[in-house]
Design a protein around this ligand. Sequence first.
Ligand SMILES: Cc1cc2nc3c(=O)[nH]c(=O)nc-3n(C[C@H](O)[C@H](O)[C@H](O)COP(=O)(O)OP(=O)(O)OC[C@H]3O[C@@H](n4cnc5c(N)ncnc54)[C@H](O)[C@@H]3O)c2cc1C
Ligand code: SF4
Length: 348
Amino acid sequence: MSNPILVVGGGPAGLSAAHALASAGQKTILVDKADRLGGAPILSGYAKLVPSGEWARDAIGGMVERVSGKPDIEVFTDTRVTQFQGEPGAFAVTLSNGQRRTVGAGILCTGFTHFDSVNKPEWGFGTYPDVVTTTQVEQMISSGKGVRCPSDGRAPERVAILLCVGSRDRQIGREWCSKICCTVSSNLAMEIREALPKCSVYIYYMDIRTFGLYEDKYYWQSQEEFRVKYIKARIAEVTSDGKRLLVKGEDTLVKRPITIPFDMVVHAIGMDPNVDNPEIAAVFGVELERHGYLQRAATYRAMGGSSRPGVYVAGSALGPETIDDSIAQGQSAAMAALASLRPRALAG
Ligand SMILES: Cc1cc2nc3c(=O)[nH]c(=O)nc-3n(C[C@H](O)[C@H](O)[C@H](O)COP(=O)(O)OP(=O)(O)OC[C@H]3O[C@@H](n4cnc5c(N)ncnc54)[C@H](O)[C@@H]3O)c2cc1C
Ligand code: SF4
């Protein structure tokens, strides 16, 4: 019988990896630094997910239930890995609770960190209470309180959603596209219009990347059915005239300056590398790629691999990723780790 497999991170990727391993009868240790499993969708209180339309608490909560109380999965929350040494098949692991284990392989599913909008001060976050982030609006919806201006609790009549906040921005060292925020924002705009039919919603964009099958379901539907307005613009700043927030910039289609008043401005925040990645790289002896995400193995023949044999990696630890793809990568890394420990069993 091979040693258990260690999965670090209990978000969508880690939950899927742990479930896949247990389904194959593999003993698994699942470790998360947070006080509960579920990753960003649960910890940050997302509302309805794209593209399934399910509430995050049901969809990801169901994944948490699937791994909880399973005899083959030992779960440690509020726990980190402090040491990971040895060779594939027998790594010596020390946990922050003092426990020591021997594991056959490790799968890193340690995810991302939300971009902190205070790093984009000219767009008003931290200065004006009614400048909020997509995660804050998701929390307003998922808590059942509805979308309200934090300053005085009124329902907004005009909302602007600013795309690419903390993504595709070389000035602040974030060159990457966060992949899902266009789709999430179009969806959020439709949810606001549905809940507050009198509220006008504008989306400010550089490019729209509702990729693949999301183009008609989100981009076109939000305009044609929900009358969401899209403005291609370069935003200079978000200020206030004392009554309303003012989004100032240039309409890049007609090449003219524009200033439009709003009650609420929403930053569609991007996905930064996990702030723990330098520590994770040091403990697990894996490399980071140049933006600070975990480095994936170089070839298609090593899908799920990291730069170190016996250590696998999945989900948004590798770069901005959707939930669907994080789940698929979790399963794929689980299969790669399992195959490394039981090659003949799988071949036979
Ligand atoms: C505002 C917003 C809305 C989004 N909405 C959607 C959506 O509707 N649909 C969609 O497909 N995608 C959405 N996404 C993207 C989605 O959040 C990610 O695809 C998903 O969370 C990635 O899952 P993951 O398991 O890779 O990482 P995470 O969800 O980040 O989970 C990582 C887990 O690892 C743990 N961890 C981190 N570091 C350590 C450590 N050092 N030791 C131990 N544990 C650690 C964390 O506590 C966490 O539980 C959204 C993103 C944003 C920013
Ligand atoms: S998905 Fe859209 S909002 Fe997000 S970074 Fe890419 S282009 Fe910008």
